[in-house]
Each structure stands twice: as C-alpha cells, then as structure tokens.
Design a protein. Structure first.
Ligand SMILES: Cc1cc2nc3c(=O)[nH]c(=O)nc-3n(C[C@H](O)[C@H](O)[C@H](O)COP(=O)(O)OP(=O)(O)OC[C@H]3O[C@@H](n4cnc5c(N)ncnc54)[C@H](O)[C@@H]3O)c2cc1C
Length: 462
C-alpha cells in the first residue's frame, strides 16, 4: 500500500487531531530514513503528545493493520527507524516532558522523546548524573537509547542503558498497556520485562515513559592520551588495564588507519611521529583519589611501544586531548563517501587478535577498514569505506563483512555492542543465535505484537 485509505486517514486524524498527522510528501520524505543510506517513504508521520495518544494510535493501527515505525531522533545507524512500504512513522519528538525528578531516590521519570543530554543536564543540577553517554547524546532521544540499549565511553565503568532503567511504561502491538519494574533500587517481582523491552528495537512495544536511574556525579575527572608505535601494543595495554582493579570511566581506541585519516583531515598535528594507535583513558571520582587512580592506570598502560603520554585535568585540556577522537567521524569520510559501520564486540582479552584480524581482512579484500571505539568493552566500530557505484568494491566489502562477523563469533564475540541489529544486520543474526533460541524470540514477538505491526523488517532475519 502506498497511501492510507481515506477511511483510515480520517480515523487517524479523528484519533490524534489533524494537526498531529502529516501525510504530505515533504514531511514523509523527511522521515524516510535514519543514518543509513536506505530510504522508504512512510504513508504518514504522526506526532503524539502523551501516552494516551500513543495508546489510541496503536489501537487505530491494530484495527486497520497498519505497520508503525517508532522513531526518536533518527540517529541510529542500522536502519532501525527505517519505514517499510505502507507504514506510519510515530515520532516521539513532542513527548519530551520530565514527569518527575526525585533526587532523594536518585531517579527521573521522563517521556521517551526527551533528548539524552537534557536528562544528564538536569540530573547534574542536583549533583547526580545519567551515566549512559552515547556520542550522539546532544540530539538522540531516550526512546531510541532504550530501544537500542545505547552505550558510550562511560559504559566501561557504569554500564549501558539497560543498567540505568528502573521501569517503563509501554504499549504492546495489540494496544495493551504495560508497566514494568518499580521505583526501587532492588526489585524481585515478576519477569523482568524492563530488560526485555530494552534493546527490543521497537518490535515488542512502543515505550512512552521511562523511570531512569541516576548515580552521583563524580567530583573530578582526568584524561590521559597515550600514543603507541604498534596497534597490538595498545591493545595489550587495554587488556592490562581491564585486568587490574581501577576501572577507567573511558577507554577508547583508534587504529592506524584512523590516525592516517586524522592526519589527512588536519586534526592530528600534535600526535608524535610514528604513532600507530591511540588510547584515550579517563578516570573519575573524588578529587583527592584521582592521582592514585591515574598512577595505577599509567602503570598498566606502560609497556613496549608506548611513545607518549599526555594528561589533562582542566576542561580545556581534556577537550584538547579529545579533539582527534571527536573529529574522527568527519575525517574518515575523506577515505570514501560511504561508510558501512560494523559494531562488533569481543571479550576484551581477544582485542589484540581482533585488531590483527581486521588488518588482515582489509588487505585480503582490498577494502579500507577503519577501526576505533570502546576498547575497554572489547567493542570496536569497524568502518568499511566504500564507493557505492563501484560494484566490484561493494561485492568485496560484502564478503569482508561476513568474514569479519564469522571471525568475531569464533572469538565468542557478538554482532553488535551497542548499535543493534535493525534492518542492516539481520542477515547475520542466525550466525550468532541458534535456531531454537531464535524461534523462542519469535514467539515472544508474537505475544507482544500478534499482528506484526510494530517495526516490521527489523531485528529478525526474513
Ligand atoms: C555521530 C553518532 C554517534 C553515535 N554514537 C553512539 C554511541 O556512542 N553509542 C551508541 O550506542 N550509539 C551511538 N550512535 C547510534 C545512535 O545514536 C543510537 O543508536 C541511539 O540510541 C539512537 O537514538 P535515536 O533517538 O536517534 O533513535 P532512532 O534512530 O530514531 O531509533 C532507534 C531505534 O529505536 C526505536 N525507537 C525509537 N523510539 C522508540 C520508542 N519510544 N519506543 C520503542 N522503540 C523506539 C526505533 O524504531 C529504532 O529501532 C551514534 C550515532 C551517530 C550518528
């Protein structure tokens, strides 16, 4: 179906109010894609303002068998918010209220359209913080973070989104209201549907409200930037750091090709000659305890291949040290216009082997591979830089991707550390999840969404 029937559209407008429903070509095309290059025009885009309106919308969709595509900021890079033919996009952009901020119980209840950094900003006004810190935090929204179990540099110490949610309010695909979890820091009642819905990529329920867990904001933070002459030496340093007791609040890695791209972009002037890998390491906590933490981290980070260590304590110094890492996304676009972004994760002890394997695969398939990311979690973003018009290169990239996935799985790793499966990675899911487990997951999907109208074409292989 390429258009909504007049009856269905009239019913939708009557449900939400005509000012909340857009079926014009310009709006539909604005919501036709996310960060991936795929496009599909939805038949309409809706902007509900509260839980009750989302409930009415889902019941309308269930009645008319219309697929709903939940969407937060559209910054996902696996096609998770990609419409399918005949679908209606449900944008949560108008659901941005803080319903309750309760510092005594270290929690905040929010509507799921709120921007992630705003939650953190408000929490900090009371000496608390919202720990998950995806790189897109300035614009991505809590609903998208919940659906993808988003993470970020701080997650090596604090955990991912799933570890910072006490409860949810949501609506299943047949219009049932769901409340999960509680407002308490301990909870042992019923099945843990909170953890099930987090990471479900909008395929089980539309999440309208979340009770987020806050933690005390650290008093001080310090950053180390370490340059190594060999990639393997940097990976071995990561393994040593994660084996000792002081857990850094960031442990990020950039490989040789990332540094090459940065040099071409002009943002690596202060990296010493011969640098083949960079680690960014942060520690946080009480100001008086930081020097001791840094000393322990430095001891673990020292070793053969370390060329230079720089440290930063003030906001300006820290910002300067992070410049190269923060400009990496733009810099890699110089290598080729299209980036196929893999987000693999391995047990941290396998990191050096993973980086070697990435190097070998890049040479074997003659595809530039740029690897960087959250090394402390064993989670690397492996970017295959390609030209869409070059069919031969695209075929080599496809073969390279599959071999990368197989290599990671052989290391007891996983397809995705934080970006999720969406529509882009579902072809690989059956390589990781055994048939009986996948069948159970499909049954769970059917329980939540019997008509299959919630975000079809995502998460599961065809
Ligand atoms: C520059 C850049 C940096 C990034 N850095 C990180 C990073 O450090 N860590 C990380 O994890 N990711 C990162 N990402 C990926 C992306 O930002 C995250 O996946 C983020 O969680 C997506 O949020 P969003 O608001 O854009 O959601 P969208 O892309 O709009 O949606 C993501 C998924 O959530 C579903 N969804 C949205 N709202 C709801 C809801 N209310 N109920 C049910 N389902 C819903 C959508 O259907 C879709 O499947 C980055 C992306 C970019 C472009």
């Amino acid at each position: 179906m390429s258009d909504l029937s007049a009856t269905a559209l009239a019913a939708l407008e009557a449900t939400l109010g005509p000012e909340r429903v857009f079926a014009d070509p310009a709006t539909r095309s604005l919501y036709a894609s996310d960060e991936t290059p795929q496009h599909c025009l939805p038949v309409a885009v809706c902007f509900p303002r509260a839980h009750a309106e989302v409930l009415a919308l889902v019941r309308w969709a269930y009645t008319y068998s219309i697929a709903l595509i939940p969407r937060a900021a559209g910054s996902g890079n696996v096609g998770g918010a990609l419409p399918v033919p005949g679908s209606v996009v449900v944008s949560f952009e108008c659901m941005t209220r803080v319903l309750e901020f309760d510092p005594d119980n270290r929690l905040m209840v929010v509507e799921t359209g709120i921007v992630t950094d705003e939650v953190d900003r408000l929490a900090r006004s009371a000496g608390l913080m919202y720990a998950p810190d995806p790189g897109s935090g300035a614009y991505c929204r809590i609903g998208g973070n919940l659906a993808m179990n988003a993470a970020g540099p701080r997650c090596v110490k604090y955990g991912a989104t799933r570890d910072h949610v006490l409860g949810l309010r949501a609506i299943s695909g047949d219009g049932r209201e769901i409340r999960t979890g509680s407002r308490t820091s301990k909870y042992a009642t019923g099945y843990d549907l909170t953890r099930l819905l987090i990471g479900s990529e909008g395929t089980l329920a539309l999440i309208t409200e979340a009770t987020l867990k806050l933690v005390p904001a650290p008093e001080a933070i310090a950053t180390l930037r370490l340059c190594y002459s060999r990639t393997r030496a940097a990976c071995e340093a990561v393994i040593r750091v994660m084996r000792q007791p002081v857990v850094p609040c960031a442990l990020e890695f950039m490989d040789a090709r990332s540094i090459e791209a940065l040099r071409a972009y002009g943002d690596a002037q202060d990296l010493p000659e011969g640098t083949q890998a960079v680690l960014m390491v942060e520690a946080d906590g009480d100001a008086h305890a930081l020097p001791e933490q840094l000393a322990a981290l430095n001891r673990a980070l020292e070793g053969p291949g370390l060329i230079e260590t720089q440290s930063g304590f003030s906001k300006a110094e820290i910002q300067r040290l992070w410049t190269a890492r923060k400009s990496l996304s733009h810099a890699v676009k110089r290598i080729a216009p299209r980036k196929i972004n893999e987000d693999v994760v391995v047990p941290v002890s396998q990191l050096a082997d993973l980086v070697d394997a990435i190097d070998r695969l890049g040479h074997r398939w003659a595809v530039p591979l740029v690897a960087f990311g959250h090394a402390g979690n064993g989670n690397l973003h492996v970017n295959l830089m390609v030209h869409e018009a070059d069919a031969d290169e695209m075929a080599r990239a496809a073969a390279c991707r599959r071999e990368l996935v197989e290599t990671v799985l052989a290391m007891h790793g996983s397809l995705s550390g934080e970006h999720g499966i969406g529509s882009e990675k579902r072809q690989f899911l059956a390589l990781e999840i055994e048939p009986s487990t996948l069948a159970l997951m499909r049954q769970i999907k059917t329980q939540f969404d019997p008509a299959g109208i919630l975000n079809p074409g995502k998460k599961f292989p065809d």
